[in-house]
Design a binder for this molecule. Sequence first.
Ligand code: ZN
Length: 285
Amino acid sequence: MGITFDLLAKAAREEKLAHFLLFHGSGTIEREKAVLELALMLNCLEESDHKSKPCRECMACKKILSGNHPDIYLVRPPKTSIGIEQITQLQEKLYRKTYDGKYRVCLLDQAEKLTLPAANALLKITEEPPANTVIVLSTANAEGIITTLRSRAQEVFFSPPDEGTWAEEIEAFRLSGGDPDLARKIQEAGITPVKNRISLYLEMITQRDFLKMFNLFPMERDESVLFLQVLAVAIKEKILRGEQSPEVLKEIIQTTEMIRRQVNHRLVLEVLALKHLRLGGTDLG
Ligand SMILES: [Zn+2]
């Protein structure tokens, strides 16, 4: 179903590209770089040879690389979602002539956050595709895109980077289980505090010492979500080694969802820890 970026790049160089693309997998920054690369290939003015595109030196390439190209748009959720107003604003621009370039490239970042009306408005746009325009939906998880919209898109899957090619903190990458977005969040929060919190929690479970919780859980909401995401990675590894019941992972995922839905995070973390204690310590195999 999906194709690789290399195949897509070939199509772009030959100007045989689909108008509506869905980039998924890997991390936000990795996908954004790929969109930039695509915009370069489509707009590069180098004429002599397809294979030397993008040259990164012509006027079009330079404008794109400096973030000053008027035909490259980036739409991001201003808060928690991409709403209908943003798609309507975009639509007004899409049917005008391109300013400068050969191709207009439009990236919708975190496309899983499109509201239903916004997704439907976008669907209408794809039914009457504007000329010389490529729209790219970008998401970590393609399942979050409504089926009607997803089925219209050419899917391009990005594998997560290998540990060896990960240029940033390797320890953050390991703690994230190979998820670039999560690894960057860990770096931002600080590797040591994140690691300490996880060890303290696992210690509490193995020693069945519920009082340790008081040192552990004065956490903010965002910190709680990050803690649970990293804990989920650690628990997955334990499940694979047969040291932990898969039930625990299910509870962690549900707890994360509840915190995202604004339920009192301290309360649900305590409930999770109690359930985890009941389901058994991490050293019980
Ligand atoms: Zn160029």
